[in-house]
Write a protein that binds this ligand. Structure first.
Ligand code: SF4
Ligand code: SF4
Length: 345
């Protein structure tokens, strides 16, 4: 049975108290699980999409940073570029958003490079993926504090530690593969022949001529770099086929398999903030109202147990979220256990 530690708190008590509760929980999980700490431990975060106001604020991480700094452990924020059209799809503009949102206390690493082109292939040999594309810089470290904002998610039902591991650690190509294992195509009518995609394609799969712009699917490795650099929205990955392909059990299973790849060989500590529980995730650039009251902060070394505990307590508060299938499949592939013992501190 996995251990999950919990502290009830609300955002009304202020970000300082939230930060100090997270610090206390981190100390508790390290002590109770007898975790050996590495000399350098990055903190995996989500900086929040521009326009979103309910992401976990930068001040809430101060307790975790204090904890590490007091022990002379080097730390940084670590994130990957997103797949969709946003300032967060390119490293340069992604860093601007992070700064605007106050993530300035420690250095930032964008783990999959300037536009998602840098990744390591992690072998897992599961049902949907033999290998997964995980942001390259994650391979430099053995341990992360993986923080997640627990809330609803349109496609996955809910987003917590499992989704953070999968979508948060996967490179752009990995994110594309989770949504649907397809290769991008160029929409001829939108293409201005600027050549930016061709220049940034690591597989030399793109041909741009006066008459035709196309991607050779045989050469394309699905890294999705071209979708990031095209400023004319001419590289397409989403159509009706991809929308239907991104729903249902295979999508849940692909997420769990990517989470398995991201966690493989790491000694992670998971912290879930079940605060500002919105219907959609922090990639949504709109202002949202919470769907239920603040629950508190959770800590564990098991990403499945911590998500199950959050899911159960949100349900107890009166809001049943979708997404149970992710938890079931994640347990089946041995990412973690749904069986947990909750200890309140
Ligand atoms: S980056 Fe976009 S507009 Fe430029 S050549 Fe490639 S597909 Fe065409
Ligand atoms: S064509 Fe394929 S390999 Fe080349 S940048 Fe686009 S997704 Fe990557």
């Amino acid at each position: 049975m996995s251990k999950v530690f919990f502290k009830a708190i609300t955002l009304d008590s202020g970000t300082e108290k939230v930060a100090s509760a997270a610090k206390e929980l981190l100390g508790k999980v390290i002590e109770c699980e007898n975790i050996a700490l590495e000399k350098e431990i990055p903190i995996k975060v989500h900086f929040g999409e521009k326009g979103n106001i309910t992401f976990i604020k930068s001040e809430c991480y101060n307790g975790l940073i204090d904890f590490l700094e007091e022990r002379k452990i080097k730390t940084s924020f670590i994130e990957t570029n997103v797949l969709y059209k946003s300032k967060r799809r390119l490293k340069e503009t992604h860093l601007e958003v992070a700064k605007e949102h106050g993530f300035t206390r420690i250095p930032i690493t964008i783990a999959d490079g300037d536009h998602g082109e840098n990744y390591s292939e992690i072998e897992i040999n599961k049902k949907h993926f033999k290998t997964c594309k995980i942001g390259k810089d994650f391979s430099k470290y053995n341990q992360f504090i993986v923080t997640s904002h627990f809330k609803g998610h349109i496609m996955a039902g809910f987003g917590g530690a499992i989704k953070q591991l999968a979508m948060g650690f996967g490179s752009r190509g990995g994110k594309l593969a989770m949504h649907l294992n397809i290769k991008p195509k160029i929409k001829e009518s939108a293409c201005t022949k600027c050549g930016a995609c061709k220049e940034n394609c690591p597989a030399n799969a793109i041909t741009i001529t006066e008459k035709k712009s196309f991607i050779d699917p045989e050469k394309c490795i699905g890294c999705a770099a071209c979708t990031a650099v095209c400023e004319h929205n001419a590289v397409k990955t989403f159509g009706l086929k991809s929308i239907f392909g991104a729903l249902g059990n295979p999508f849940y299973q692909r997420i769990a398999e990517y989470a398995f790849a991201a966690q493989k060989g790491k000694k992670n500590i998971y912290i879930n903030f079940a605060l500002n529980i919105t219907p959609r995730c922090d990639c949504d650039g709109s202002e949202m109202k919470p769907i239920t009251k603040d629950i508190g902060i959770f800590a564990s070394i098991d990403p499945v147990a911590i998500d199950q505990a959050c899911y159960d307590l949100v349900k107890k508060s009166g809001k049943k979220l979708r997404g149970q299938s992710i938890l079931k499949y994640a347990e089946k592939i041995e990412l973690g256990s749904r069986n947990y013992k909750l200890t309140s501190i």
